[in-house]
Structures are given as C-alpha cells and as structure tokens.
Design a protein around this ligand. Structure first.
Ligand SMILES: [Zn+2]
Ligand SMILES: [Zn+2]
Length: 341
C-alpha cells in the first residue's frame, strides 16, 4: 500500500478560489484508511471551508464531506474494513473515544471529533485519508453519485425523523423542498408518516406529491400554521429552510407535545412566543447529522425504499462552477462532483 498521487481541488486561503493540484496521499496509519473517491456532494456547509467561516481551519484545505468511494488502502488496527469495499464518509469525521460524550457512547457529540473537509482534507479529490471509525458501507443498489448526498443531506433528515418520536400515521410536516427537504419528504412518506410538505408557490405542489407528500401547503397562498392545525397539529415539523420568519411562523402548526426540529441554520435569531410552547408542552430542538453507522442505516433505508436524491453532476475540475451553482440556490436539488473513472 505505497503512497499514491492524485488530483485535489484545494482552497489555499479563506475566500480563495479552488485550485487544481496534484497531491500525495500516504500509506494509511493505524485506524486510518485511504478512499479512492468516486463522487462527492457539494454541500452548503462547504462554504465554511471555502470562505473561512469555521474557526481555526488550516489552509490549504480540500473541502467535501459527502464522499462516496472505494477503499484503496487500509491501515493497521482496522478490523472491519477491507480494500475494495464501497464506503461513504460524511460530516462526522471520527471520534476520540475518551471525552465525556464518547464515554457515554454519544459519538456525534464528541468534543474532539474531526470534521471531514474542515479538520482534514475532504472529498473534492481523487483520494481521501479518513479515520475508519467514521465510515459507512454503501449497499450495491446505490450508485456513487446518489449515495454521496445521502451522507449529509440524507442522514441529517433521516436521522432527525427516526429519532423524533413520530410514529407511523402521525402528521409530520417538512418545511422547505430543497436539497434537504426533497429528501426529508421522501423519508417521511416512506416511514409511514402522514406527510405534509410546505414550500413557496403552487408550482412545487406536483413535485411534493411526486416525492410522496400526502398534503401540500403553499405558504404564499395559505398560512401553514392554520392548515396544520386543521389537520390536528403536527407531531413533528422538520425545518430545512433558512428564513427565520418562516420557521417561527410554523411553530403555531405544532400539536400537543409537538416538536420543531431544525436542520437548516436560520439567518437570524428565532422569535417565538414561548407561551404556546408551555401550554402544549412543545419543543424546539436542533439535530446534527450522525455517525458512520447512522449513515449506513440511511443508505440501507434508501436502497430498501427507493429514496434517491435529485442531483446535478459536474466533473472534479469544475468544482468552482459546481460550488457557485450550489450557492445560487437554483440547483435541483443537490450538486455532486463525479470523480472516479
Ligand atoms: Zn453537509
Ligand atoms: Zn470524543
């Protein structure tokens, strides 16, 4: 397993452009693997690396935390994985095993956990060096370009919903039909929830239905909170939007014990009247992505039920255009770099 050379699209300074470079990828150390990347999703959180918004990033850095590939080399002390296996790597880039959350088995909240594409070089490259304890196995049914977005946008929504306490038949509303939302609607419907999709404009209605929504609410023509109350109130509202006002307005659509789960980061602080939360014992919570095993569950569920992302693909060298397309908010719905031959 000698070192290899490959391409990478790296950022040399915060706010700088992507540069195509040839890099060496070493033999993996203990507990580490080398992945030959086949596809990597372009996520809005990659702007943290590109624009230097995450504190303490060391440059040059290669972004990318939706990595689908093949194990190219496996270091010592990696009992589970073998060369040739298809694996995925998401935001969760491993965990330390000794901090308090790790000692409680809550690896996602690891206080020392590296983040793929931020703490170490990510998937905008031919190869990625990664900790083995961050990996997910990719089932045969999923193509690399489809698996990639599921490793961040997919796992975040799937893991939020499956841990929400909602049960089959419960009313679950998805706020926003975009990169996260179009997956969340599919997961909600396939999980057996009475699935309500909320977005702006009549034109999104047919798409929402196609994704599996039972009910569509056009928030430009109807008041989502009122419409949800007509349905008895939502057990869960999963928000994928960044408009703080739309998020706060949706709280009124929660039923008794209802929960608003936030996946998308609002651009402003939320303004919510707390009285309604108290009276109906409601809550507002955030949810991060999940571990490698959570990713694997997400991929397996997607393979089992036919959940797939809608994607636009670009070759690795066009990472700049791919990134701009993602940032424009116009992509339908996830942008993916196709890298392997
Ligand atoms: Zn992401
Ligand atoms: Zn830890």
């Amino acid at each position: 397993m000698p070192k290899v050379t490959g391409r990478a699209m790296q950022v040399s300074v915060a706010g700088g452009a992507f540069e195509l470079v040839q890099k060496e990828f070493p033999e993996p150390g203990p507990g580490q693997v080398r992945i030959r990347v086949q596809a990597c999703g372009v996520c809005h959180s990659d702007s943290l690396t590109k624009q230097g918004l995450w504190p303490g990033i060391q440059y040059p850095r290669v972004p990318g935390h939706e990595v689908a590939g093949v194990l190219d080399a496996v270091g010592p002390d990696v009992p589970l994985f073998k060369v040739g296996q298809r694996v995925g790597l998401g935001w969760h880039g491993g965990h330390c095993n000794y901090c308090a959350p790790c000692r409680r088995g809550d690896f996602v909240l690891c206080e020392n956990g590296p983040i793929s594409g931020i703490s170490f070089d990510g998937g905008y490259a031919d190869y990625v060096m990664a900790p083995a304890n961050a990996l997910a196995l990719i089932p045969d049914e999923l193509a690399d370009a489809d698996a990639a977005p599921l490793l961040c946008a997919g796992i975040t929504t799937f893991n939020s919903l499956r841990n929400s306490g909602a049960r089959p038949g419960d009313t679950v509303a998805i706020l926003g039909i975009g990169g996260l939302g179009h997956l969340a609607v599919q997961y909600a419907a396939k999980s057996g929830y009475r699935t309500v999709a909320i977005a702006r404009g009549q034109d999104k209605g047919p798409l929402a239905k196609q994704l599996g929504a039972h009910i569509y609410i056009d928030s430009t023509a109807q008041k989502p909170a009122e419409e949800l109350q007509k349905l008895g109130g939502a057990v869960v509202i999963l928000s994928t939007v960044t408009h703080a006002g739309a998020l706060a307005a949706a709280v009124g659509g929660l039923g008794p014990n209802g929960k608003l789960i936030i996946n998308g980061v609002p651009e402003k602080p939320l303004e919510v009247m707390a009285a309604q939360l108290i009276g109906k014992r409601q809550s507002i919570v955030g949810w991060p992505s999940g571990t490698g095993m959570d990713s694997e569950d997400t991929l397996n569920f997607s393979a089992l039920t036919g959940v797939r992302p809608m994607i636009e693909t670009y070759p690795l060298e066009q990472a700049e255009q791919a990134f701009e397309r993602m940032m424009s908010g116009k992509a339908r719905f996830r942008v993916v770099l196709t890298i392997g031959k």
